[in-house]
Design a binder for this molecule. Structure first.
Ligand SMILES: Nc1ncnc2c1ncn2[C@@H]1O[C@H](COP(=O)(O)OP(=O)(O)O)[C@@H](O)[C@H]1O
Ligand SMILES: [Mg+2]
Length: 255
């Protein structure tokens, strides 16, 4: 800038959204006919935000997550992740982007049973060609409270511990965006709270962006915003809702 005028705050936030969905539609072709799972979803996920995606069964939540993460291609529309357009990337580039910029946590922990906890967590680095540093792996294990379990195998751990390993595995690459689909679906409420607090910390402490599908209002209340889907469309959102407020908004949708 050459002018001496005082700096003005731009009207448009200077941080580009971590994740931008623009006009996403998804149609599944099946023997029974076409199913329109998403019918034009446009939404910006700000960097450092924690968003819960809720909606009746079949409303398109998982499809939205799959398309946003480049695990599935939308029928139409654009996904921008950190400014990179996913559509038009080849499978190799997309895989690279996923490994570097995205973390995944699903209801099924998807750990490799033959690898130790340490090696499961180190795997995403190895897959990107980075030699994992022992202290880095132990640091994320410590972050999820499992530093003493590094040499165990997944089968020797409880469900909650396995999910924490899955979170450590997602944290190791310091992804910009975490995608979680029912991450606490198989866990008791105490263990769920631990997992949700870890996701909350990722946004509060590290400025990572979390998009989490859940049907549980208590889990959704950990997010700062709930995005409601209905019949493949965004039906509204609720900020800083209590579990009771979120549950009430959900039952309105299901009517
Ligand atoms: N692979 C698929 N083939 C055909 N239809 C699908 C497929 N995946 C999802 N659907 C349909 O798309 C709609 C949205 O599904 P989904 O995104 O899984 O919803 P949710 O996660 O909200 O329950 C549903 O009607 C579902 O039956
Ligand atoms: Mg689903």
């Amino acid at each position: 800038m050459t002018s001496t005028a005082p700096t003005r705050h731009p009207v448009v936030p200077s941080d580009p959204p971590a994740l931008l969905l623009d006009g996403i539609t998804k149609t599944y072709e099946s023997k029974a006919g076409a199913v329109q799972a998403l019918r034009g979803v446009t939404y910006h996920f700000q960097q450092g935000s924690f968003t819960a995606v809720m909606g009746p069964s079949g409303s398109g939540k998982s499809t939205l997550l799959q398309c946003a993460a480049g695990l599935d291609q939308p029928t139409a529309g654009t996904v921008l992740l950190g400014g990179t357009r996913l559509q038009g990337l080849g499978e190799v580039e997309l895989t690279k982007l996923r490994r570097k910029q995205m973390g995944f946590v699903f209801q099924a922990y998807n750990l490799l049973p033959s690898l130790t906890v340490f090696d499961n967590v180190a795997l995403p680095l190895r897959l990107t060609g980075i030699r994992p540093r022992r202290q880095d792996v132990l640091a994320v294990l410590d972050q999820v409270g499992l530093a003493d379990k590094a040499k165990r195998r997944p089968a020797e751990l409880s469900g909650g511990q396995q999910q924490r390993v899955a979170i450590a595995r997602a944290l190791i690459t310091r992804p910009a965006v975490f995608f979680a689909d029912e991450p606490t679906g198989a866990l008791d409420s105490k263990t769920s709270r631990q997992i949700l607090s870890l996701l909350r910390e990722a946004t509060d402490r590290a400025g990572q962006t979390v998009v989490m599908v859940t049907h549980d209002p208590v889990a959704a209340a950990y997010a700062s915003r709930v995005l409601f889907l209905s019949d493949g469309l965004v039906a509204g959102s609720l900020d800083n809702g209590s579990p009771a407020q979120i549950a009430a908004a959900m039952s309105d949708l299901e009517r």
